[in-house]
Design a protein. Structure first.
Length: 121
């Protein structure tokens, strides 16, 4: 019997992101986290026009990469054998998921604010 691991067509965004992070290499997730943190630092440091959107996008990449790395660590036997460590890793995964969700909201609100500009002043 063969098991297909394809994502169903009506999968939600969180299901898609989980599947993509679990199928990505550890190197790719680390590159996402590193590029996201560098992009966030650069956007906050230089503050170009639309820096909130740039910082939010970079934070999305960082939280995705960090969550993916921690999700891999969560399945390791060294982590599952120690309940306190497993709880800490689970809580950190939830923290990065929340950071990513708030960063995605920041992208949407930042693009909306840029589009409005001084239209309603």
């Amino acid at each position: 019997m063969m098991v297909l691991s394809a994502l169903r067509p009506d999968a939600s965004l969180p299901e898609f992101l989980v599947e993509r992070a679990r199928s990505a290499s550890l190197r790719r997730l680390a590159a996402d986290a590193l590029a996201g943190s560098a992009g966030f630092a650069a956007a906050v440091w230089w503050r170009p026009t639309g820096w909130v959107v740039l910082a939010s996008v970079a934070l999305c990449f960082f939280s995705y990469g960090a969550w993916g790395i921690l999700d891999r660590a969560r399945s390791r036997s060294e982590v599952t054998a120690r309940p306190r460590l497993a709880g800490l890793v689970d809580a950190t995964c939830v923290l990065f998921a929340l950071i990513g969700a708030f960063a995605a909201a920041g992208v949407l609100l930042g693009v909306w604010a840029l589009a409005l500009g001084t239209w309603i002043s």
